[in-house]
Every structure is written in C-alpha cells, then in structure tokens.
Design a protein around this ligand. Structure first.
Ligand SMILES: O=C(CO)COP(=O)(O)O
Length: 245
C-alpha cells in the first residue's frame, strides 16, 4: 500500500451528536500517517469542531448547483458545512434511490467542478459474482464516469464495495479484494495511465478491526470505506492504526 491510506467512515443513517464527540476524541490520537474521513448524515456536519485531524464528507451530492431540487444538497452547501469529500453512487443509493450510472457520472463531475473530492462507489451483486460478471459490471460502472471524462480520474477516489459483503459480516478475502482492485486499476489506466497509479482505491464491505490489516497489506488496497464498524469509535481507531505500514 504505497499510497497514503485513506480510511473513510460511512455512518449511513446512523449517529448523533454524542457519536460526533466520541469519534472526534478517539480519532484525535491518530498521527498524520493515515488520512481519515468521516461521512456522517449531513445534518451532523456542523456539529463537528472546526479544528480536527480528519476530513468530513457528505454521503451524496446533487448533480445540480442550485435551484428547485427538494431534498438535495449541492457541492456548495456541503462545502459550507466543512465537507471536502462526498460519497457518490453508493450501492444503497443505486438501489433505493434508483441512481443510474449517468446520474452518478454527473455527480462526480459536479463534485470535482465545485472543488470537493468524490469517492465513487462501485461493486457487484452476489448474483453477478456467481455468474462471473464482476469485471464486466465494474468496467461498465467505471466507463460510465471516466470514458467521456478521463480528466476526472486524477481528482477521484474509488471505493470498491462488493454488495454481497456490505453489512453481512462476510468480507471479501484479501486475495479476492486484491484481484479486483488490480483489475480496477488496470481498467482505469485505459483512461489515464498516470492517474491510475496515483489513485486511492478503498475496499468496503464488512471491514472490521480483525480483518483490516490483512486487507491493507495488499498492494492495490489503499484504505477502506467502513460502515458498521465506523460507529464504534475504538474499533474505527484500530482500523485506522492497522493501515499504517
Ligand atoms: O457500505 C459500506 C460502507 O459504505 C460498508 O458497510 P459495512 O462496513 O457495514 O459492511
């Protein structure tokens, strides 16, 4: 893991002001050897202290800049709430909000145009893996964003989250994840070879303090996007510590 690791917390629709305080305190002890990102529900962003040793992110962003888009949050609104990253295309949004690849591509472009870093989430379902369609699915998800906008790659982070591993307790094995991450990097090098070597590819899906070190030992795994375990401050810190090499 030669690139500086990025450990990202996705609180999803969980957490409260108390968790903001306990996570802020727990993460305060970490050195700068690892980049840490916390993506709480957007309403909690202002509850974080201005001075902290980690970045904040939204869990989604609008493709539009402003206007009549009830319930959406623009890049500018996220930035005003101190976010410097946002998740884009999480599988839960693809599933429950019916987000399409083309909308996701617009969101990645909007985030970068507005000056925040998108964490583009991609991943296959269990059925797709069983049918050996993983590479095909990932290639399509990546192509939708970068084939026509390769310049976006150098400003992106990718999170590979196999849907069958999310919230199931069944993480991909380090070998499985490494093979897929290497595929993703190779695929991205078709769009921008230089950016593909510098890009951080995070793994997500049942990451915990017991399996994180083995995942981070893989050469193409540059960090993690952590769901459930990120709601436990001590465990989240353990995961961050296991990313230091
Ligand atoms: O979806 C995820 C992070 O975005 C992963 O969630 P879990 O870590 O709870 O499996």
């Amino acid at each position: 893991m030669a690139l500086k690791p990025l450990i990202a917390a996705n609180w999803k629709m969980n957490g409260n002001r108390e968790l903001v305080s306990t996570v802020t305190e727990a993460v305060a002890s970490l050195s700068s050897a690892v980049d840490v990102l916390v993506c709480p529900p957007a309403t909690l962003l202002p509850a974080f202290k201005v001075q902290r040793n980690f970045a904040l992110g939204g869990q989604d962003v609008s493709a539009a800049q402003a206007g009549a888009y009830t319930g959406q949050l623009s890049v500018a609104l996220l930035k005003e709430a101190s976010a410097s990253y946002c998740l884009v295309g999480h599988s839960e949004r693809r599933q429950y909000q019916f987000e399409s690849d083309s909308l996701i591509a617009q969101k990645v472009a909007a985030a970068i145009a507005g000056g925040i870093t998108p964490v583009l989430c991609i991943g296959e379902t269990l059925a797709e893996r069983q049918q050996e369609k993983t590479e095909q699915v990932l290639a399509k998800q990546l192509a939708a964003v970068y084939a026509s906008q390769p310049e976006l790659l150098s400003k992106s982070v990718i999170a590979y989250e196999p849907i069958w591993a999310i919230g199931t307790g069944e993480s991909a094995t380090p070998e499985q994840a490494q093979l897929t991450h290497a595929f993703i990097r190779a695929e991205l090098s078709r769009y921008d070879a230089e950016a593909a070597t510098q890009l951080r590819i995070l793994y997500g899906g049942s990451v915990n303090a017991a399996n994180s070190a083995a995942l981070f030992a893989q050469p193409d795994i540059n960090g993690a996007l952590v769901g459930g375990a990120s709601l436990k401050p001590d465990e989240f810190v353990q995961i961050c510590l296991s990313a230091k090499d």
